[in-house]
Ligand binder design. Structure first.
Ligand code: ZN
Length: 436
């Protein structure tokens, strides 16, 4: 407090003196930089633009000019004369603190949560280097993705902007049960604090716990899954009352709700329960697709996860036998369903289930989506404008538009001619900071 008059005196002295620092507004304003691209993808309009100049002021886009424009006062000029620029990509479904490998099923008995957190810092950087400047982290082990998000936000480690669901919410013995497959004396009886609910009352407690823990979104498991050690991939594991309670509680706190669901009945219940997105959607039937459209529910297909699980299931001993059986069922279907959903007019956001396959290979999903019948511009929009809307962050993310965050990536060549080019991102800027 005693310092205040001194500070005020210094400030007034500076204000009265005429040196350059006090009169040059640029000295205090955020730095202006320009990015010069051979082509630019306007994801809002779904158009490929020619030579363009992106003007970045601090963390945000200030302007987009056509041609190779000179901008007065620019402190840095980034020339990408052979590149196509596009907005930073958004993966709506990742698991940044885990990655499947030969020891995954025993790791949970040997590794501590700190081990997962530290690995997450490496996976986060790989994801950012691959051009994914924003991710939705749909479940971790014990809140370590919240620490990861905080470290990225504080600038402690490089990584994508993370919106995390913390722990998944599901029922006893289901896809979210952290003790699935454990010996009885080790399994205990996880409850709402661990994400395990068996009533609408439990649902409220679990969501409120997520608010306390610092989550940004909610992930539920209304159907069985591939990689847990139970037997069914598609059975319904939550009642519609439980799902509605999760959604009502989530909305109190401004959370969106993502529902992992393979089975048609679980998908139906999740849509009617009011979730924002269906993840995977493998056995989605025509009635589900109609409901998806009526309710405006997003599909996040994660084709690469199905493909990877199917490949891994063929390696003897890689998965427990019941997991291998489930993986071989889901793998061949998930891509076909995604293609049907696109044709039916279901809203689709890009998401990959990163961690099921190695982090950093997220962009392989673009090729799988195109192979399923989706046009290249559509799959790029799925990972930009669509994913931003699913996050309810379309004012800040998803396109290179004045006012939005300066999340810009570049690839050589034209990814609309060959989406596989998105697997070779050469330039990455997130919020005005150049990482690659
Ligand atoms: Zn997942």
């Amino acid at each position: 407090m005693r310092l205040l008059p001194i500070a005020a005196a210094i400030a007034s002295t500076l204000a009265l003196c005429p040196p350059v620092a006090a009169t040059d507004p640029a000295a205090a304003a955020p730095e202006i930089r320009t990015i010069h691209c051979a082509r630019l993808i306007d994801t809002d309009a779904g158009k490929l633009l020619g030579e363009s100049t992106i003007v970045v002021e601090g963390a945000r886009i200030k302007a987009v000019r056509s041609g190779n424009a000179d901008v007065a006062g620019a402190k840095q000029r980034i020339d990408l004369p052979t590149s196509t620029c596009l907005p930073g990509l958004i993966d709506s479904h990742v698991h940044l603190t885990m990655e499947f490998g030969p020891t995954t099923y025993s790791d949970k008995f040997r590794l501590n949560i700190a081990d997962f957190a530290i690995r997450g810092t490496v996976y986060a950087k790989r994801t950012l280097d691959a051009g994914f400047t924003t991710v939705r982290n749909l479940a971790d082990i014990d809140g370590e993705s919240i620490a990861l998000r905080n470290a990225v936000n504080a600038g402690t480690i490089p990584g994508p902007r993370i919106f995390t669901a913390g722990k998944a919410i599901g029922s006893t013995g289901g896809h979210a049960d952290p003790t699935d497959g454990y010996r009885n004396d080790l399994a205990g009886d996880p409850g709402p604090k661990d994400g395990i609910i068996n009533s609408p009352e439990d649902a409220w407690k679990a969501v409120r716990q997520h608010y306390k823990d610092g989550a940004d979104a909610i992930k539920i498991m209304p159907s069985g899954g591939v990689l847990d050690e139970s037997t069914s991939v598609d059975n319904a594991q939550m009642t519609i009352e439980e799902i509605k309670a999760v959604v009502a509680a989530a909305h109190d706190y401004g959370f969106t709700v993502a529902a992992h669901a393979h089975g048609a009945e679980a998908i139906r219940r999740a849509i009617l329960g009011g979730v924002d997105s269906i993840e995977h959607g493998t056995y989605m039937d025509d009635a589900d697709m109609k409901l998806m459209k009526e309710h405006g529910t997003w599909l996040v297909p994660t084709i690469i996860a199905g493909k990877t699980a199917e490949e891994q299931a063929k390696i003897p001993g890689r998965y427990p036998p019941q997991v291998a059986t489930k993986a071989l069922l889901v793998g061949p279907i998930i891509q076909t369903t995604a293609g049907k959903a696109y044709k039916a007019g279901v809203k689709i956001a890009f998401g990959t289930d990163a961690g099921v396959y190695p982090h950093g290979q997220n962009a392989r999903e673009f090729q799988y989506m195109v192979d399923a019948g989706m046009p290249p511009m559509f799959v790029i929009q799925a990972a930009t404008t669509h994913a931003a809307r699913l996050l309810k962050k379309e004012k800040d993310l998803g396109s290179i538009t004045p006012g939005k965050f300066a999340d810009v990536i570049a690839v050589d060549g034209n990814p609309l001619d060959d989406v596989a080019l998105l697997q070779k991102v050469r330039f990455v800027m997130k919020a005005g900071e150049q990482f690659k």
